[in-house]
Design a protein around this ligand. Sequence first.
Ligand SMILES: [Cu+2]
Length: 296
Amino acid sequence: MRGLFRAGLGAMAAMGSAAALADYKYNFPTPVTPIAHETLHVHNLFMAIALTLFFGVLALMLYSFWKHRKSTGHKAADFVAPKSTKQWMWTLAPFAALLILDYGVFGIPAYHAVKMYEDSKTAAELVVKVTGSQWMWQYEYPSEGIKFTSQMTTPRAQINNQEPKGEHYLLEVDNPLVLPAGVKVRFITTSNDVIHSWWVPAFGVKRDAVPGFLREFWANIDTPGTYRGQCSELCGKEHGFMPVVVNVVPKEEFAAWVAKNKPAVSPAASAAPVAAEPVKTSAVELAKPVKVAAAK
Ligand SMILES: [Cu+2]
């Protein structure tokens, strides 16, 4: 019994260190936001509990099979409903254990993670509106008056196997979203047509962009860098061709970027979209930027 239990613990320890050594290659991407850290923590905690339970129950079962085998004179019981106190105990104890596990051990950390995820307003310093559209993303900084579309730049020839695939195949865009590091950004998301979903794995956030609704999420990215994600709600035939690319830069650099891209006229007076770079129509053959640019 003890040997089996030890073997179980050993296997768990091996799996744990292997995951750490793999440096997230087979695990979550390196987390860069509080939500991503929390998600990874909750995942690891639940995984440890689930593995402990799995090996514990398995060891107990194997031990029971072996200990009460027929060849040593044991006879199978044939009751259908609990009758004695002992039988009631063995029926109710797992039920109680499940309740405690589900609501206490799993429920409480999960509740805190979800509560944290939903708190997009507290101390948010920047608002970014993300609009999904067949098949590109439109980004808007309402206070700064900046608005542009972000389209995939992977050439058709690569998709059709006429050219070797590039390093960021299907994960590259003309105008990436630019965000400051260490600032809580509140995202508001919606869609122009069908349901899309904005997702950057390293941020630990994914939220459906639903036409007619404004939905929220947030991110406070601690490390500058380029982060890539994808639309993760099947939205039509080009669903796989509307990636998300986010350039996270230090605060000062972001301020300079805003100053450079801020429209000269007040945003209210200008109905025309202001692109970080002019919207390129030729980049993706099938993109329809005009439609998006004209959208409110
Ligand atoms: Cu989509």
